[in-house]
Structure formats: structure tokens, C-alpha cells
Design a protein around this ligand. Structure first.
Ligand code: ZN
Length: 191
């Protein structure tokens, strides 16, 4: 017979698999057992420990990288780290969106209150109010204060118009007259 099977003289101590060539056995040790197994030469009985293997074991970092805790760490890093990052970004995104949601009511109220103004002035006022509110510690409260101010100004305008017509006064005279009444009243002093 020309075809001669090479005798499998190397064996793995861990799974008892046999190999004809040393490099095959070493590769098996490396891929299957992470170099933890010992390869025997059955003929000579000598323990075949790969030179590289020994060197790798001498390096503490490589020993650490074979430890279960490192494997768990790697697993966690691969599986959960990107997820956690997404999760955190999503959490931030939701927080920001919810703040926009809280601004909805005051923003729409202001939009209505400013609707008497020309469109470009209304837009500019609204835009400034929103930006200013977002720099404050409480944007919702800040916009609500703007609403109160707008309502007060609108109310003052209507009252001055009414009183000036009812008493044949100019708006300027009415304004001074009403201011005086308010300042001298008990209600103002109490506030
Ligand atoms: Zn094996």
C-alpha cells in the first residue's frame, strides 16, 4: 500500500483526541481548550507544551483575559454596553420631549394672546419668550409669567379704552387717572 496512514502519536489529555502532527494537536489545544490542555507524545511519553503557550501564560494580562470574570466582562460589554448607551440616549430624548410637552399649553396660550400683533412681531415675541424661558430655571413658570403679563397688558388696554370713552378723556389722561386711583387704593397697598 502506498497510502500510509500517519500514526497518531499526539494526544490531548483533556478530550483524548489523537493527532498525527504536533501543530495539529497544538492548534486543537488552542482553539478547543484555550491552551489549557496538555498534549502528550504517546511514543516518547513526553509532555508537549507549546513554547508560545508557555509564554502566553507567563503574561498576567493573558491569564486575566482567560479568566471567567474577564469573559463575563467582555460578554457584558458586547451585549449590554451599546444597549445601555441607547437606553441612556433614549432616556435623555424622552426627558427633553416631555419638557416640550409641558411648554405646549403656555406656548399656545401666548400665541393666542399675541395674535392681535402683526405676524412677524408675534413670531419674534414668541420666539424670544421661549428662548428666554429655556434659559430660566423653570421654563413653564417663565412662560406662565409672560402669559400673566400679556393678560395684564391686554386688560389694561381694554379698561383704559372703556374709561376714556365713558369719561371723554384721552387714553393718556385715563392712564394717569387710573394709575392714581390704583396707587391710592387699599388693594394696591395690601399687595
Ligand atoms: Zn482536546
Amino acid at each position: 500500500m502506498l497510502c500510509v496512514m500517519k500514526e497518531k502519536s499526539y494526544s490531548c489529555n483533556t478530550c483524548k483526541e489523537r493527532f498525527g502532527r504536533r501543530w495539529n494537536a497544538d492548534r486543537h489545544n488552542s482553539t478547543v481548550h484555550s491552551d489549557m490542555a496538555i498534549i502528550f507524545n504517546n511514543k516518547t511519553g513526553s509532555i508537549s507544551k507549546h513554547k508560545e503557550t508557555t509564554q502566553r501564560y507567563d503574561n498576567p494580562r493573558n491569564i486575566y483575559q482567560k479568566s471567567p470574570s474577564y469573559k463575563r466582562f467582555k460578554e457584558m460589554k458586547n451585549n449590554f454596553s451599546p444597549f445601555r448607551k441607547d437606553d441612556l440616549e433614549m432616556e435623555e430624548e424622552l426627558k427633553i420631549i416631555s419638557i416640550f410637552g409641558k411648554l405646549k399649553q403656555p406656548f399656545e396660550d401666548l400665541e393666542k394672546l399675541l395674535s392681535d400683533n402683526p405676524e412677524n412681531i408675534k413670531i419674534k415675541l414668541l420666539s424670544d419668550m421661549v428662548i428666554y424661558s429655556l434659559t430660566s430655571s423653570n421654563p413653564v413658570k417663565s412662560l406662565q409669567e409672560e402669559i400673566e403679563l400679556c393678560q395684564s397688558l391686554s386688560s389694561r388696554q381694554k379698561i383704559i379704552e372703556c374709561v376714556s370713552k365713558g369719561n371723554s378723556l384721552t387714553p393718556g389722561q385715563t392712564y394717569a387717572y387710573l394709575n392714581g386711583l390704583i396707587k391710592n387704593g387699599r388693594y394696591y397697598k395690601r399687595k
